[in-house]
Design a protein around this ligand. Structure first.
Ligand SMILES: *Cc1c(COP(=O)(O)O)cnc(C)c1O
Ligand SMILES: [Zn+2]
Length: 411
């Protein structure tokens, strides 16, 4: 009995057969995967999940893949949920946790969505996988296409960080470097769709891709002892994962996986240099006006976020907020996280921790709430934003002698 029975428009409710498409023909609203509730209620059980693999595929019953033989995996997910006592002490939070998604196979959250997208595409017989990317997505798509032995085209802005280009190229995909920003890349790919039989992970097969995000929240609940936290801080690019985390909380409650039916506050994090969702949130507007990105947080620099409007609805509905931080706060927060918890995150993680710190210092929490921040990418991806090691304040250079050591180092 199939679990996934079709697609439904989030705006007008129009229903579609299962296929590689992502916008409603009636109203241009986004399409979401629809599950057969009766099948799901019988299928989804804590025991089955706990007996599953130590990867996000322990949640396969809640994902749009019917047959395990098609799963394309590199062991993504089930990343550590770290209790952050030292960072928590600095911020006055006694129950602060970090979901460290930089521990994924290609070191970002994107492995979750891509593993589901490529598994779905392979099951449907697609031979070429593609994507429009700010970097991390191209990295994941190139790796998983290699793993599956599928043809791969990744479209990236021409000025992507060197570390990201290297970690994409090694998987030997076709790389199309577009002279423009991410929004230009995305527009080009949407035009290309009409004439290519390709599965663009974040465009035509987006409804299936998006579903992979839910596993991050499923795991968080399981790792907290089948309990949802009071608040979750999530970085926002397109807003795609933010929306799915709300859905994941709904499913955890609906299928009885968590005891309480209280849903967390969902809080969004953006860089002020690309803050279209934050702008709309603070002005109280429904519409999200596009901006031209200018920030070191390149992996989340989407000026025209497709799910922005839903992010703000969810933040307001659940008692969350959308906050934004400066470039300086991003780098300071990368250092703060590394210094207090030993976790090296990229600029997007700096945005998340920056927003967490800003809200904590502004007195948002009493101190005993369970707050979880999603750390979505690894620091080596954006190491160029940190000052060189030579500029490090605690560095000394010495002769290889005891005398020189004693002269220069105070211990
Ligand atoms: C893609 C990405 C996100 C968020 O993506 P959405 O488009 O909002 O789903 C967050 N952090 C990192 C590191 C990413 O690569
Ligand atoms: Zn519609």
């Amino acid at each position: 009995m199939p679990k996934v029975i079709g697609l439904r428009c989030r705006e007008c409710g129009a229903e579609y057969e299962l296929q590689a498409t992502h916008v409603c023909e009636m109203c241009f609203g986004p399409l979401d995967a629809v599950y057969d509730q009766a099948v799901m209620r019988k299928l989804v059980k804590r025991e089955r999940i706990e007996d599953g693999p130590k990867s996000m595929w322990r949640y396969r019953d809640l994902l749009p893949v019917e047959d395990s033989v098609n799963i394309v995996t590199l062991g993504e997910g089930f990343t550590p949920l770290v209790k952050a006592d030292r960072l928590g002490a600095e911020l006055g939070l006694r129950n602060l946790y970090l979901k460290n998604d930089s521990m994924n196979p290609t070191n970002s959250f994107k492995d979750r969505v891509v593993s589901v997208a490529i598994s779905w595409a392979r099951a449907q017989g697609f031979e070429t996988i593609a994507c429009a990317s700010t970097g991390n997505l191209a990295n994941a798509v190139a790796a998983y296409a290699a793993r599956a032995g599928l043809e791969c085209f990744v479209f990236i802005p021409v000025d992507l960080e060197p570390a990201k280009v290297a970690s994409i190229s090694v998987f030997d995909p076709n790389i199309v470097a577009v002279r423009g920003n991410y929004d230009d890349v995305n527009r080009l790919c949407s035009q290309l769709l009409e004439s290519t039989p390709w599965a663009f992970c974040n465009i035509n097969i987006r409804p299936f891709y998006a579903e992979g995000s839910k596993t991050l929240t499923f795991e968080t609940a399981e790792q907290l002892g089948w309990r949802l936290p009071d608040e979750i801080i999530i970085p926002i690019a397109s807003g795609c994962q933010f929306v799915r985390h709300r859905q994941a909380a709904r499913e955890l409650v609906e299928y009885g996986l968590v005891r309480s039916d209280r849903v967390p506050a969902f809080t969004g994090a953006q860089a002020l240099g690309c803050a279209p969702v934050y702008n709309a949130f603070v002005s109280g507007e429904e519409r999200v006006l596009p901006v031209k990105p200018d920030t070191i947080a390149r992996s989340i620099a989407i000026g025209n976020p497709s799910d922005g409007i839903y992010v703000n609805r969810i933040a307001r509905e659940t008692g969350g907020v959308v906050e934004a931080v400066t470039e300086e706060e991003i780098v300071d927060s990368m250092r703060l996280l590394a210094r207090t918890e030993g976790i090296f995150t990229e600029t997007a993680g700096g945005v998340t921790i920056g927003v967490l710190a800003k809200l904590a210092r502004a007195g948002r929490w009493r101190g005993d709430e369970t707050v979880v921040a999603y750390v979505t990418g690894h620091g080596l991806k954006t190491a160029d934003v940190l000052a060189t090691a030579n500029g490090h304040a605690k560095r000394v250079e010495i002769e290889p002698t005891m005398k020189s050591f004693r002269q220069k180092v105070n211990i």
